[in-house]
Write a protein that binds this ligand. Structure first.
Ligand code: C2E
Ligand code: CA
Ligand code: CA
Length: 257
């Protein structure tokens, strides 16, 4: 399986088999704020493949940087289109892998993309998982710091799923904290999970970071999180990740042709 993924990858990218899905990020009343770009592989034989079945393999070999680069371009292109159609408030958040830091001059690639498409860096948000940052704090911080000074919004993804999260917050002035959806899972430690959630939200607000809770699936969760001070949500309760046209229809973002 791994070998065939790697062997097929370049051709698949060339043939346009990869596409960008969007999952909305909204306020508690369902007003659109932006979206996260999530990749799907339209495999000619195996049908629609989800990232969990190929991202890990592409990461292991390093070629994930080609796919990430492709998605960043797609996201920038979309932002440009939306801007041209008069929608100038929405951002798209893209994922950045650990390997991207090694295979690419991230600063150059990302600043180059926003220049080429003529979009504001604050509309292309960069999601980096806490685990990636922690794997080489000094190197990652230096690059993220420069990207942030350029105007990108830095989002810490899957916050609370790895190690040393609190220590990291001291050094990284991220703009957005995305709380790992594990905290919403019903467990026998539900009360403790809820207490931690509430305190993370309080802390983020105090440090002027926007908090996004991922994986909200019910109205009750949205209400509970709203009471706790969370203002931005992403999850199946509002929408699954969907193809671009579906997204634009659903949220009335006019398409320019
Ligand atoms: P992620 O960055 O944490 O993305 C959120 C994942 O949670 C998505 O899975 C999304 O479909 C899922 N999700 C959102 N709301 C809910 C919910 O309410 N309930 C549940 N159970 N799940 C929800 P997806 O699209 O399968 O992506 C999985 C992971 O693959 C992503 O996790 C991300 O780490 C990675 N990934 C996706 N696209 C890319 C990409 O273009 N580049 C890189 N490097 N990684 C990507
Ligand atoms: Ca993400
Ligand atoms: Ca996440």
């Amino acid at each position: 399986h791994e070998k065939s993924i790697v062997a097929e990858f370049d051709k698949a990218l060339e043939n346009g088999e990869f596409c960008m899905y969007l999952q909305p990020q909204l306020d508690s009343r369902g007003a659109l704020l932006g979206a996260e770009a999530l990749v799907r592989w339209n495999h000619p034989k195996r049908g629609l493949l989800y990232p969990d079945s190929f991202i890990g393999i592409l990461e292991k070999t390093g070629i994930i940087y080609k796919l990430d680069n492709f998605i960043w371009e797609k996201a920038a292109e979309k932002i440009k289109e939306w801007n041209a159609a008069g929608y100038e408030d929405y951002h798209i958040s893209v994922n950045i892998s650990a390997k991207d830091f090694y295979y690419l001059d991230l600063y150059k690639v990302l600043t180059d993309i926003v220049r080429r498409y003529g979009i504001a860096p604050k509309h292309l948000n960069l999601e980096i998982t806490e685990t990636v940052i922690m794997s080489d704090v000094k190197m990652h911080m230096e690059i993220l710091d420069r990207l942030q000074k350029f105007g990108f919004q830095i989002e810490i993804d899957d916050f609370g799923s790895g190690y040393s999260s609190l220590n990291m917050l001291k050094d990284i002035c991220s703009d957005v904290l995305k709380i790992d959806r594990e905290f919403l899972r019903e467990t026998e430690n539900a009360v403790r999970s809820r207490d931690i959630l509430e305190e993370i939200i309080r802390l983020s607000n105090r440090m002027n970071m926007t908090v996004i809770t991922e994986g909200v699936e019910t109205r009750e969760q949205v209400d509970m999180l709203t009471d706790m001070g969370c203002r931005v949500f992403q999850g199946y309760y509002f929408s699954k990740p969907i193809p671009i046209h579906e997204f634009e229809d659903k949220y009335n973002v006019v398409q320019v042709n």
